[in-house]
Design a protein around this ligand. Structure first.
Ligand code: MIC
Ligand code: SF4
Length: 655
């Protein structure tokens, strides 16, 4: 039987286990990336491992999230990251150089390699034919130290692309269609592999838009073949030597296959407050728009910005609209400047923002109260824009540009009626390339002193799993709770390196009393327990959604289902993830109920049925713990750092 692309690349990297979908495997990681908001914690943990130099082929530390420097905190973090990179053999991409995923695709991504990134949109690299996976910072730190990355060997879903996109319809609409088909839940443990004749009609940045937002479906990653189009992109980046062909065998078998006809794709939008809420743009036609934001790691490439610029040529931004453009990288900005796009955008009245995440994570350009904001980004979770009452719609650059002109939701195909022709944008044969904002590691690491400002604190230590868990349901939440609900980003993100302070904002958008209540429970010697619905922990890779609860004394999360990265982060920080055996038990529990899980340590160690007693309501229910032997050991030890320490002490004794 032939092999899929996913199987081919993974098999080449497996160091523990074997190709067997559903079972845990450990893989070698060739490249890592971190960004500043998750990076500080990742490098503090890496430092704690005592490894003198990273062991990967390539590791890059990007600064792109916390670039708004109000107060000293972010600048302190940048300096810390710069010195760590110099000392440990990591390339440092300075603030201003661009969003990690866009820059990595341009300058470092290589077909056939594995990439692990401390950001959930790392699968952007799948656009160039790599297996690129998002993970918590601690997992990335372990990979930098040469350790394997553990994941569930995935079930591969083949997406057969046919036909060609019609004018005004774009890669963003394709991935929004995927979200309509697959939704944001129920895809844990799967990978989307794209194939079929439609693939060759899509450029690498378009493929990357599609793999980027696969993250919203909850898949482990998404991947495209590496073909002549990939080769042309790498050539345009002066990196043709990095090209290798990667394709599936013609008789490869898949867990599931679907067909998607690109010629049937129409302009789509995700309406508030989930990327899975899909409607056609036509259905919302005429809705007044207050803000349009073009950028983010999903849609900030040369093609995206040049397309919008050509649509806006000679026009002025509608008087009721604030139009923000954040180019994905300095390279994109330099190239649209060379090719005249920047001038058109400026003349139209665009507000050019820094080449960074910016508006996407709500740390700038928060819209007005009750605003309708059209964004080309990938997430429209409640409050993520920084304005809780705002309604964010996710759209393509074409739909965004149409609204900039009309001031309302407009199907971009209707621009033809206004005499605007569809702009065909080809990628340059050779991009203007300038790598001067990368700082390469020092050749004299012994001379580098790590800078630690007052904002940098060591990660708090976790505790081994207790004999019994005894405590209270501190919060009961519904379905699809995202990590943005658990711990907000935006203006609070500057406390990423200060866990006690950042913890004060836990569950802020859902219930602002959480912190005080959790603190009282913890300080009275009892355990905090979180009860969640389906797909708990969707969204980002931020390990603070586990680290801060750990700091607050959360010992268990009991949910109907959990998302991959968040579940791994909970385990890394010694919080046991449990699922209801019978989902109806969820309905019987209330916030404030006293729960006890007797003998949990013994049961995790030796096996057996795990029962939870609801002391307040006087009933008992069963929960499941779907953990590999390795994960059980981590939970028993109280998290990955403690587990690694125990393991190396044991090894030393044996020597
Ligand atoms: C996001 O888009 O939510 C982020 C901010 O990039 C996160 C990482 C973080 O919280 O720092 C992600 O996607 O993993
Ligand atoms: Fe940055 Fe937004 Fe992409 Fe996250 S989704 S990496 S915040 S641009």
């Amino acid at each position: 039987m032939g092999k899929s692309i996913v199987q081919k690349i993974l098999e080449e990297h497996i160091v523990e286990g074997k190709w067997d979908p559903g079972k845990e495997i450990g893989i070698k990681i060739d490249q890592t990336l971190t960004q500043d908001a998750t990076g500080t914690m990742a490098y503090l943990q890496f430092e704690a491992m005592g490894v003198p130099r990273v062991k990967t082929e390539l590791s890059v530390s990007y600064v792109d999230h916390n670039t708004v420097q109000i107060g000293f905190e972010n600048a302190d973090d940048h300096k810390y990251l710069q010195t760590v990179a110099a000392k440990y053999g990591i390339i440092y991409s300075r603030a201003g150089n661009g969003i990690c995923h866009q820059v990595h695709l341009e300058r470092f991504g290589k077909p056939g390699k594995t990439l692990l990134g401390s950001d959930s949109h790392t699968p952007t690299g799948g656009g160039i034919g790599m297996i690129a996976i998002g993970a918590g910072g601690l997992d990335v730190a372990v990979a930098m130290a040469g350790g394997p990355f553990y994941l569930t060997c995935p079930k591969v879903i083949k997406v057969n692309l046919k036909g060609r996109l019609k004018p005004w319809c774009s890669a963003k609409d394709v991935v929004l269609k995927m979200l309509e088909i697959f939704t944001t839940k129920g895809n844990v443990g799967c990978v989307f592999e794209y194939g079929g004749p439609g693939v060759e009609t899509l450029s690498v940045p378009e493929r990357a838009t599609i793999t980027n937002m696969g993250a919203e479906c909850g898949v482990t990653t998404s991947v495209f073949p590496s073909d002549e189009i990939t080769k042309a992109f790498l050539k345009a980046q002066a990196r043709e030597k990095d090209w290798v062909e990667i394709k599936a065998d013609s008789d490869a078998e898949y867990w599931k296959e679907i067909d998607l006809d690109l010629s049937e794709i129409v302009p789509l939008t995700a309406y508030p407050h989930s990327p899975g809420n899909i409607k056609t743009v036509k259905e919302l036609e005429g809705m007044k728009v207050d803000q349009v934001c073009l950028g983010s790691c999903t849609n900030s490439s040369y093609k995206d910005l040049m397309t919008a610029a050509k649509i806006l040529k000679g026009k002025t931004v509608h008087p009721d609209v604030s139009f923000v453009v954040a180019p994905g990288s300095r390279q994109v900005l330099q190239n649209i400047t060379r090719d005249g796009g920047l001038e058109i955008l400026l003349s139209a009245g665009a507000r050019i923002a820094e080449t960074a995440c910016g508006f996407c994570i709500g740390n700038s350009q928060s819209p007005r109260t009750n605003a309708v904001s059209l964004r080309t980004s990938n997430r429209n979770f409640l409050g993520r824009s920084g304005t809780k009452s705002a309604n964010v719609y996710l759209v393509s650059p074409e739909t965004a540009a149409a609204a900039v002109i009309t001031g309302e939701m407009t199907d971009p195909r209707d621009l033809e009626k206004m005499g605007i022709k569809y702009p065909v944008v080809e990628l340059p044969e050779r991009f203007y390339i300038d790598d001067s904002m990368f700082i390469y590691p020092s050749e004299h690491p012994e001379k580098i002193e790590i800078y630690r400002g007052p904002n940098i604190g060591n990660p708090p230590a976790s505790q081994p799993l207790p004999e019994n868990i005894q405590g209270e349901v501190t919060i009961k939440v519904g379905d699809k709770i995202t990590t943005d609900h658990i711990i907000p980003a935006g203006s609070k993100m500057k406390y990423r390196s200060n866990v006690p302070k950042y913890s004060e904002f836990l569950f802020e958008v859902v219930d602002s009393t959480f912190y005080e209540r959790a603190k009282n429970i913890r300080d009275s010697g009892r355990d905090n327990i979180i009860v969640g619905g389906e797909s708990y922990g969707q969204g980002s890779s931020r390990e603070h959604a586990a680290l801060c609860p750990m700091f607050m004394g959360v010992k268990a999360v009991i949910a109907k289902s959990l998302e991959r990265i968040h579940m791994a982060n909970l385990i890394n920080f010694g919080i046991i993830p449990l699922t209801f055996k019978n989902e109806k038990d969820y309905d019987k529990i209330e916030q404030g109920d006293e729960l006890s899980i007797p003998n949990i340590r013994e049961i995790i160690e030796k096996g057996g049925i795990l029962k939870v007693k609801n002391v307040s309501k006087n009933f008992e229910f069963e929960v499941e713990y779907n953990l590999s032997d390795r994960q059980k050991e981590i939970i028993l030890a109280g998290g990955t750092l403690a587990y690694m320490k125990n393991k190396s002490e044991k090894m030393l004794k044996e020597v």
